[in-house]
Design a protein around this ligand. Structure first.
Ligand code: ATP
Length: 607
């Protein structure tokens, strides 16, 4: 129950940065997720009756027409996997339209829900016809070996959908103790100076466990596949949070408990400047709630659309990609393959730095980060004073705080190299730079999944081809991400999702003539978008390889979080005045079953 006490708040007057344009902006469809159970033994495709497959296929087709949605079609477990993230489901990560296929029961539900729509969607993800056009019209891909493979993959996906057996590993993830990388929500050493963390701890110390009664829900921020997110205030503290509220019965009926659990467990384990903080989580009879850091700056997709030409400058791209790279490196260290990188999943914090959100498609597996000492010449001062503060360790406050007293100097100009042009190495030598520092290799190299997971335009070729994938998919998606931030579009987008998949596998990478993007930037994108994962940049030494690329030349990795962001969101306004009856918040409240109490806070009947 939302508190009835406290000053009056007008949730609809709350204005996040860019809220004026966010609503009007085109927002890509949320991800499609097709999932099949993980299993612990060797993968054996199972088939459901054709009729069932057709229904499943129709729903895949349905979502593929919608645009950029994540696919999550888990077919085989990963080696060393604690758990692949999903139940056996096919779902559309769309707040309005979320058909889900898990087992026969759920297919039935979906069938009912989708009704007439299904017929004309069947062909979209069916076997791709021999004459299928594979690109935006400029180039076509007739049925070659590659296209045959994609078709086979789609057939495989279809057959995979029919398996309703949840693998034995599917429930392992529930046991926190079974995954050494997961730690308690309480244990967040990097939050010691965080006022929100202190406020939460103070309530905890005073009242014991936190519950929904400690929060005022102010505004609905958005809706995902497994829950709705609300701006909330810890009562009496003026500390704001994003609270994700998940209807337990609903997610259970849609076989998404495992996804919700995966997300919670991953969030619990995180303590990194560019990843979300889970302040607390609690359950009511009906709802499961995650209280996270609130990002008032919206997501990077929306922010990009507000830029001149709808693309970021090189300096801005460098900043955002550097932060996301560190986040991915940290995740890989924890044995988490993220799998769903895209601008929509990158949220802009109050201070303009970014964080990667949305972990329900991630793969958890084992990782053994290794510190590799490179040979350093006798004369090198590093030999006497070796620098052991490798990148991940540098997120420790003790490591970077002293240098962070003047935040604006960390990124610009010192974030970048101050070398003059003539001091710079020729381009052909640039790729061979080797850092004398110890290198951390954080790749979960043994991770392998056969799941069909991600967002069409971001899917790595090995996922589409069903060859099994590992952490290299995150480096592929980083390449697409870079490309999109630079050019305002993704490189392989076709006229439909099927064409996009063909293009990813079969079309060469091309760059538009404008905007003009530097050679190192294009070189990095090329390195990341190598179709064979074993030849892709970072496939061997992970993020370390990418950090050493000339595009990031001069970046002070340890101090990025102290650097000046390209854009800082305006402070959040929360005007405390009555809410007009027709307000957006009222509509959100009506949609979610919430209503305003006498103080204009959202009050949830279901609590
Ligand atoms: N920490 C946050 N701060 C601000 N807004 C947030 C935050 N987390 C989520 N949101 C908003 O809520 C929306 C729903 O988030 P949520 O993570 O539930 O779904 P999603 O990102 O669409 O993906 P999925 O369907 O996989 O859950 C997001 O699109 C975003 O606009």
């Amino acid at each position: 129950m939302a508190s009835k006490s406290g000053a009056r708040t007008s949730p609809d007057k709350w204005k996040p940065i860019g809220s004026q344009t966010i609503e009007g902006n085109f927002r890509r469809s949320p991800p499609l997720q097709i999932t099949k159970a993980s299993k612990s033994g060797p993968f054996t495709p199972r088939k459901l009756p054709n009729s069932v497959q057709q229904i499943a296929l129709k729903n895949v087709s349905d979502v593929t027409k919608e645009g950029r949605k994540s696919l999550n079609f888990h077919e085989v477990e990963s080696i060393n996997s604690v758990a692949d993230t999903e139940d056996s489901s096919l779902s559309l990560r769309d707040s309005k339209q979320v058909p889900t296929i898990v087992g026969p029961e759920e297919i039935k539900t979906t069938n009912t829900t989708k009704g007439d729509d299904q017929e004309n969607k069947t062909s979209e993800l069916g076997v791709i016809p021999a004459s299928a056009k594979a690109s935006d019209g400029s180039s076509s891909l007739s049925k070659t070996n590659e296209s045959t493979k994609i078709s086979d993959r789609i057939d495989f996906v279809e057959s995979g959908k029919s398996s309703i057996c949840r693998g034995s590993t599917g429930s392992d993830v529930s046991d926190e103790s079974s995954c050494s990388s997961l730690s308690s929500t309480i244990n967040k050493p990097h939050k010691v100076n965080d006022v929100r963390w202190e406020a939460i701890q103070a309530v905890r110390a005073r009242n014991g466990a936190l519950g929904v009664g400690h929060f005022k829900l102010l505004k609905k921020l958005g809706c995902g596949d497994i829950g709705s997110v609300y701006l909330s205030e810890l009562s009496g503290t003026k500390c704001y949070f994003a609270m994700k509220v998940m209807d337990k019965a609903l997610i259970a009926s849609r076989k998404k408990l495992l996804r919700a659990q995966t997300e919670r467990e991953i969030l619990q384990s995180l303590d990194h400047p560019f990843l979300p903080t889970l302040y607390t989580h609690f359950e009511t009879d009906k709802f499961s709630c995650l209280v996270m850091e609130f990002c008032p700056g919206g997501d990077l997709h929306t922010l990009r659309q507000r830029q001149p030409g709808k693309h970021f400058t090189e300096q801005a791209v460098k900043f955002y990609v550097a932060e996301i790279l560190l986040a991915l490196e940290y995740l890989h260290m924890l044995g988490i393959v993220y799998r769903d990188l895209k601008p929509e999943n990158v949220l802009v914090r109050e201070d303009g730095h970014v964080m990667l959100s949305d972990f329900d498609l991630s793969l958890q597996c084992a990782s053994s980060p290794t510190l590799v000492r490179l040979s350093v010449p006798e004369s090198d001062p590093l030999r006497k004073n070796p620098v052991f503060c490798v990148q991940p360790a540098c997120i420790e406050p003790s490591c970077i705080q002293p240098s962070c007293m003047t935040p604006t100097t960390c990124f610009s100009p010192h974030f970048f190299s101050s070398k003059s042009k003539k001091d710079r190495k020729p381009k052909n030598e640039m790729g061979n730079q080797v850092s004398p520092l110890p290198e951390l290799i954080a790749e979960p190299t043994n991770a392998r999944s056969m799941s069909f997971v991600g967002t069409h335009e971001y899917l790595a070729p090995e996922i589409i081809k069903g060859e099994g994938h590992g952490s290299a998919v995150d480096w592929w998606t980083l390449g697409i991400f870079l490309y999109e931030l630079f050019f305002g579009k993704t490189p392989f987008k076709g006229s439909g999702n099927r064409a996009t998949l063909f293009n990813v596998v079969g079309q060469p990478l091309r760059f538009p003539e404008s905007p003009v993007v530097s050679f190192p930037a294009r070189d990095l994108i090329r390195g990341l978008l190598v179709k064979e994962p074993q030849h892709r940049l970072a496939c061997k030494r992970g993020a370390t390889e990418i950090k050493q690329h000339p595009f990031f030349e001069g970046v002070n990795w340890a101090l990025i979080r102290c650097a000046s962001p390209p854009e800082i969101p305006k402070p959040v306004e929360i005007e405390r005045s009555p809410v007009p009856a027709s307000s957006t918040t009222d509509k959100a409240a009506a949609a979610t079953g919430a209503k305003h109490d006498q103080n204009d806070y959202l009050e949830f009947d279901f609590f």
